[in-house]
Design a protein around this ligand. Structure first.
Ligand SMILES: [Zn+2]
Length: 126
């Protein structure tokens, strides 16, 4: 039986080690890693899990697009920033205006999660 092995990340014609009855699981053996795995009915147009295009991941970072976060700079939605003290990358997902006309950006960081950071802070305010 053709079955996808998540360990080998491939499909193989597998040997049935235990035939399941109705509502029971049929167990297959992967010829490559010898792992035992439950048989799941597959159709040829197996749904592939589609990555959410808006999802921000380490793989989606293009090194050339990264700008280091600096509170005195301004950023645009979509910018990828690098926060030095956290050693973390984040994507600007929203521009915010805070009381007192202060500007901030909402950044989705890989490790820190959603964080609001100030931007365009005058130099003398540190
Ligand atoms: Zn396998």
């Amino acid at each position: 039986m053709k079955q996808y092995c998540s360990v080998c990340k491939d499909r193989f014609d597998m040997e049935v080690v235990e035939e399941g009855g109705e509502n029971e699981v049929t167990w297959l053996k992967c010829p490559r890693c010898k792992g035992i795995l439950p048989y799941m009915k597959l159709t040829d147009d197996t749904e592939t899990v589609q990555a959410d295009e808006d999802e921000f991941s380490a793989e989606s970072i293009a090194e050339s697009d990264v700008v280091e976060y600096d509170s005195q700079r301004t950023y645009e939605v979509g910018n990828v920033v690098y926060h030095r003290s956290w050693n973390d990358y984040g994507k600007v997902v929203e521009k915010l205006i805070l009381p007192g006309d202060r500007q901030a950006i909402r950044v989705q960081f890989l490790n820190q999660g959603d964080v609001n950071l100030l931007e365009n802070v005058p130099a003398d305010e540190g």
